[in-house]
Design a protein around this ligand. Structure first.
Ligand code: ZN
Length: 559
């Protein structure tokens, strides 16, 4: 499962304010591309980890004993993994036999700033299948400042171990990484911390015991792609029960009022998505939102893994100081949406991002207001229409982090266009069926195309238009879509290309809704020179459209 889950999003609830943060997001995603290579689209065999971790925050040290089962190809003579460059390996056995190893510098990337390669000579050939790697290592993390600590900062790492907090994810390579990030893993984890410290980790908490006065917690996460440890001596916890699980929010300094609002928003988002799509696929039934007491760090909602979101508390406090009403709703909704939208792989990862992003917009529509939703869509249109003419199509956009606007925003606009064409009821029913059909599987653009074309029936060509158009907003070409002339009376001079959106427009909407859509379109035209409809009215029971001659037709405005 090749997914960039560096879903760093920070920002206020309104579309307008958010775009500044997008640049930061871009930086992160583009740099992430250095280190992330798409995997083959078949289902990968997960790496299973059983790690016992002892952390001494005051000393800044970590010691790990691990048993790791790694899929290995037949005949392999070596094995390679990434590990934090300052860690010392004290023991390394493969299938019970001592293995020799050497180290090499890692590929430098701002996202993985302190990793190095460990090359293991396998002590005996492995037929095929799995190798059991037993490993003991320990050390102190390199001190690298959090993201955004200094302007024009070259290196950043949010992972840290100190007397204020512990935050560990894949970025520091604190655990052995055998594949590029995104490969499925199954961690079980035991974490020992000094007295009074509270740990929140990936997966479900199995139990908590005291050993020698230290809290020891155990965790299991059967469907994951990272191993997160967040800990602090002063976490407060807020628990909100929801229909099939609970929401836990951890924080140290945030005001109670914000936490209550945040809890209500997560519950509303979970409720909305569950109602529309069915139960989430996250295994634990618990959503943990941890406000890690960093000062800076990755922005927006921070990082999200199945069932767990880690957000910078420092950034949140800064944002609340500027605007006490500041909300993370859309950013958090995007991350929560990935608890459902998570089955596109390789090039098809755009499916995850398009659905998560559009669902976050739908959360804004249903939980905040139609007006805010329209602002969000307007923001997408602005970004997409600024794309260069040779920007890759959705069907071809590579999975390397470079096509953010295409994958997230053009994808969202496509889904919005499908929704307007099908009508709300049919669209949500089809989206539910799409999720229910493919959850737990691995799909790409081809499956998306055939599913939605079928659901759209006569107007299925709309899907090809969106998937295959390069550049910004798709332009309707002659005969791109079937003509339907029933109930359509057009005024002015047209060629058939210009009939088509009108036809879709009519098919998909009631008169009042159409007028409203048109109203939205007109307001856009004022700052975009490419609007097409010059008037709309319903007359003698028929829809009447006047389309400006010679203008380009951008159907996401029309339908
Ligand atoms: Zn995402």
């Amino acid at each position: 499962m090749a997914k960039v889950k560096i879903r760093t999003r920070c920002g206020p609830g309104t579309a307008r304010q958010k775009w500044g943060a997008v640049k930061f997001l871009f930086l992160l995603i583009v740099v992430a591309a250095f280190n992330i290579v798409p995997l083959a689209e078949e289902k990968a065999v997960p790496v299973s980890y059983d790690l016992k971790v002892r952390i001494e925050p005051k000393q800044g040290t970590i010691a790990v004993r691990g048993r790791i089962v790694v899929p290995v190809e037949a005949g392999a003579k070596t094995l390679q993994f990434g590990l934090h460059e300052t860690f010392a390996i004290r023991k390394l056995l493969v299938n019970g036999r001592r293995a020799t190893f050497s180290t090499q510098p890692g590929d430098p990337s701002p996202f993985f700033p302190a990793t190095r390669k460990v090359l293991v000579n396998l002590p005996a050939p492995i037929a095929s299948g799995n190798a059991l790697v037993e490993l003991e290592y320990s050390g102190r993390l390199k001190e690298i400042p959090e993201f955004g600590t200094y302007p024009d900062q070259k290196q950043a790492m949010d992972d840290q171990i100190n007397s204020r907090l512990v935050e560990l994810a894949n970025y520091s390579s604190w655990y052995p990484q055998f594949f590029v990030y995104g490969h499925p893993i199954q961690p079980t984890l035991e974490v020992s911390l000094p007295k009074g410290w509270i740990a929140i980790c990936s997966g479900k908490k199995l139990d908590e015991q005291e050993e020698d006065g230290r809290p020891v917690t155990r965790w299991s996460s059967p469907l994951d792609d990272d191993i997160l440890i967040a800990a602090a001596p002063n976490y407060k916890r807020k628990v909100i029960p929801v229909s099939d699980g609970q929401i836990e929010i951890y924080y140290t300094q945030l005001p109670e009022e914000f936490i209550n609002r945040e809890g209500g928003e997560i519950a509303a988002v979970m409720g909305l998505f569950t109602q529309e799509l069915g139960s989430t696929t996250i295994p634990s039934g618990t959503v943990k939102h941890v406000f890690s007491p960093k000062r800076k760090g990755q922005g927006r909602a921070g990082i999200a893994r199945p069932g767990m979101i880690v957000t910078s508390e420092g950034r949140l406090l800064e944002a609340l100081a500027k605007d006490p009403k500041f909300s993370l709703l859309q950013d958090v909704a995007h991350e929560i949406a990935h608890f459902w939208w998570d089955f596109g792989v390789g090039q098809g990862d755009w499916i995850n991002e398009a659905f998560a992003e559009y669902w976050s917009a739908v959360a804004v529509e249903r939980i905040v207001s139609e007006e805010e939703f329209q602002k969000v869509l307007e923001g997408y249109r602005r970004e997409v229409s600024d794309l260069p003419a040779d920007a890759p199509s959705l069907a071809k956009v590579p999975f390397d982090g470079s096509g953010f606007v295409v994958r997230y925003y053009k994808g969202s606009l496509m889904l919005d266009s499908i929704r307007k064409t099908m009508g709300n009821g049919s669209f949500y029913a089809a989206a539910r069926e799409f999720f229910q059909t493919y959850k737990g599987k691995s799909i790409g653009t081809a499956e998306f195309r055939s599913f939605w074309k079928q659901r759209l029936g006569d107007t299925g060509a709309l899907i090809d238009l969106w998937l295959d158009s390069v550049g910004g907003l798709p332009r309707i070409e002659k005969s791109a879509l079937p003509l339907c002339e029933d109930n359509l009376v057009a005024e002015g001079t047209f060629d058939c290309a210009r009939y088509i959106p009108a036809c879709l427009f009519h098919q998909s909407t009631e008169s009042r809704q159409a007028a409203r859509t048109y109203g939205g379109a007109t307001s856009l035209v004022q700052h975009a020179s490419w609007l097409i409809i010059s008037s709309y009215r319903s007359d003698h029971g028929k829809n009447r459209l006047r389309i400006a001659e010679g203008s380009q037709v951008f159907q996401n405005l029309l339908i």
